[in-house]
Structure formats: structure tokens, C-alpha cells
Design a protein. Structure first.
Length: 222
């Protein structure tokens, strides 16, 4: 909290009482990176009472963003969806993040053959994408023995040509039955889309100075 004091007087009159007030919200300042990076992040402050929103664009992230939108709409937990679910909370322990990722995305995982588009000239590797993120306390890894317990999704190629993979693999569809109460979803998502979306979360955590257990929302936008 910050206290402000305003002193004023009009000679030769007797000085008036000081005006004193406190900042309406507590704020938190730090000079450390929230995400390990070589980039320099200057000291900064945030209002912890404000919960920021990570916006992920379908036009930029394609099927990777569509996986999150599908999970938010079809799963009963509605992870990170404002107005329906609870915010996600950042997990900063890198060892736990790695264990979460191993549990969901390495156990019982079998990659699909590379996807092709643009007459076969574009080849993209399959990758395992999970939601909620491994880097959150909502990761399903603490509730399941392996990723097969998650709802399984797969990217869908809706166009043969596009300026970017996000314009080719634009949506997702379930593989097998859907159990809406499952603690996670796991999807076959083109590697490049999965990678850039994961980078967006890291940049967001830095920009918003998210520390361990700090909450945030996710909104999938056009």
C-alpha cells in the first residue's frame, strides 16, 4: 500500500490540515523474471487483485487454440473460462512442470505420421498438446496415471493451402468417446502450432509478472 500526503497553505493564513489518503489497491513490485529467460525484464509492479487474461487467436494458433476453446466449452470444468469456470493458476516449479508434461504427454503417447499440405511440399510433425497446461496447478497429471485418461483430440485440416499452418489446421475433433468430467484433454496438434502457443504463455507470464499460484483467465479469440 502507498500513503499519499498533500500539504498546502496560502500565506499569510494558517496552514490547513494535510490531505491524507491511501492507494485504493495493494500492489506488488519485483525486479526478477517470472520466467527464466535471457531477455531483460525491467522491474515492474502489478495489482494482484486484477486477474489478467491470456488471449489466444485462432488465426494465429489454429488448432492449438481450438483445442483450448473445445475444452472450455465441452468439459464440465471450463478451465480458465471467465463466467463459467475458475481461473488457472501458474505453476512455477520447473521440475513439477516437467513431471506433469511427462505424465500426460509421454506415457502411452504414439505420434501420428507427419501431416502434409500444399501438394505435399509442407510437412509438419505431430506433437502432444495438453490442457490445462503442464505449467499450471490445474494440470490433470496429479489426477491420472497417464494421458490416456484425458479426452483425446486431433487437429483437423480444413484447407490444403494457407499462408501459415494455422490457416490449414484450424480446428479439432474428438477421438473416441468424450467424458466431459475428465480432468484433462490431450491432442495431436501440429508441432509448430503447439510450440508458438506455448511461447505465448511464457511471454504472457513475463508481461503480467505472474508468480507461483497467480491466477489468470484464457480467452480464445478469432
Amino acid at each position: 500500500m502507498t500513503r499519499y500526503v498533500l500539504s498546502y497553505e496560502a500565506p499569510p493564513y494558517v496552514p490547513l490540515n494535510d490531505g491524507i489518503w491511501d492507494s485504493p489497491l495493494a500492489y506488488r513490485c519485483d525486479d526478477a523474471l517470472a520466467v527464466k529467460s535471457r531477455a531483460t525484464l525491467p522491474p515492474g509492479c502489478v495489482f494482484p487483485a486484477f486477474t489478467p487474461t491470456l488471449e489466444l487467436s485462432l488465426s494465429q494458433y489454429g488448432a492449438a487454440a481450438a483445442l483450448i476453446a473445445w475444452a472450455q466449452q465441452h468439459m464440465t470444468a471450463h478451465w480458465g473460462l471467465a463466467g463459467r469456470g475458475q481461473p488457472l493458476t501458474r505453476l512455477q516449479d520447473e521440475q513439477r512442470v516437467s513431471r506433469n508434461r511427462y505424465t500426460i504427454c509421454q506415457r502411452d503417447w504414439q505420434a501420428l505420421p507427419p501431416w502434409t499440405a500444399q501438394g505435399g511440399r509442407l510437412q509438419i510433425k505431430d506433437s502432444c498438446d495438453e490442457f490445462p497446461f503442464a505449467g499450471t496447478y490445474q494440470s490433470g497429471a496429479s489426477l491420472v496415471q497417464g494421458g490416456t485418461a484425458c479426452v483425446q483430440l486431433q487437429a483437423v485440416k480444413t484447407n490444403e493451402w494457407g499462408q501459415s499452418p494455422a490457416q490449414i489446421w484450424t480446428t479439432v475433433q474428438p477421438i473416441g468417446s468424450v467424458r466431459a468430467a475428465a480432468p484433462c484433454v490431450r491432442g495431436h496438434i501440429p508441432l509448430i502450432l503447439n510450440t508458438v502457443e506455448g511461447g505465448a504463455y511464457g511471454l504472457f507470464a513475463n508481461a503480467q509478472r505472474l508468480l507461483d499460484r497467480d491466477p489468470f483467465w484464457i480467452a480464445v479469440v478469432p
